[in-house]
Design a protein around this ligand. Sequence first.
Ligand SMILES: Cc1cc2nc3c(=O)[nH]c(=O)nc-3n(C[C@H](O)[C@H](O)[C@H](O)COP(=O)(O)OP(=O)(O)OC[C@H]3O[C@@H](n4cnc5c(N)ncnc54)[C@H](O)[C@@H]3O)c2cc1C
Length: 323
Amino acid sequence: MLPGFGYARPRNLREAVHLLSAPGARVHAGGTDLLGCLRDGVFGADTVVSLSGVPYLRGIRRALDGSLVFGAMTTLSEVAAHPEVVNGYPTLAQGAAAAASPQLRNQGTIGGNICQRPRCWYFRGDFHCARKGGEKCFAVGGANQFHCVFGGDVCFIVHPSDTAPALVALEAVVRITGPKGSRSVPAEKFFVLPETDHTRENVLATGEIVTEVVLPPQPPGARGTYRKVRARGSWDFALTGAAVVATITSGTVERARIVLSGVAPAPWRVPDAEQVIVGKRLNERTARGAAAAAVKGAQPLSGNGYKVELLRGTVEEALLALA
Ligand SMILES: Cc1cc2nc3c(=O)[nH]c(=O)nc-3n(C[C@H](O)[C@H](O)[C@H](O)COP(=O)(O)OP(=O)(O)OC[C@H]3O[C@@H](n4cnc5c(N)ncnc54)[C@H](O)[C@@H]3O)c2cc1C
């Protein structure tokens, strides 16, 4: 059952920021993750502040400099189906389309998708784990088949978002507004690893809201894809995933960004794998080499060693899809 809490529906951003500066206030976007967390007692809220009455946060528009700007309250369905996303930023369109189920994509927003809390069953369950401020990560020595193989430290969650790796690969910028004003953070720096702070997944300070996500214009020859492997064909979180964006001119890879999902507490970029294909043609040999580089350094736990081979295949497949 949901606990009791106050509810506010501000009409503009300034009012929203003011309400969210109060202790115990929480952002409600689509509510698909928030309400589950409140119901299960993962965390509490004194006031739930819905952003649904703030028109500024909705919709997709082209900026004068050619960037594509998404209001944080744009739904995943809108992101996945928008012609300029499908044609110009297929990595993001595919990431948004791969998230959850059609009903959840109609309700869930791009802002909520990148700010959602981890799905670790210890974090979501009745365990006072490290992410909740406890002493230990129960996944170490526990049931850890869905946990991370990179970037684990005192906590071994995986980041659950399918749009986050696409945004990092596309060099998106996250715009944030809070009590101290507005700031812009590259998506690559928005997410926080446990070694920095194991109790949060992003850089948002108290009272701060993601207002927009901005995608820079893509250079000629840019291509992209998002590949996701899940345990079953219907909705499910990624076991492994790879978001790839590459600029290919006359058959040669000029630039590449490869970002993994389902394997680390934040979208996990693999520069060594990118270097394997830059300056070369993308073919079976180079894709295999990059996939081998992508899994280098993986440190599986007792139950998730399978992810390493799965990831190798996911990266290879994603790269061959671009070739
Ligand atoms: C059954 C199920 C399956 C799912 N499968 C997938 C999947 O395969 N892939 C995937 O990527 N996701 C998956 N999800 C997660 C789903 O996509 C998210 O719940 C959704 O994207 C969250 O968006 P929302 O607008 O509903 O956010 P909310 O639930 O409203 O908010 C989520 C969190 O983010 C915070 N927040 C929301 N918006 C902002 C903002 N603008 N600024 C600051 N903080 C904010 C909230 O306070 C809350 O803590 C699944 C969810 C469910 C329930």
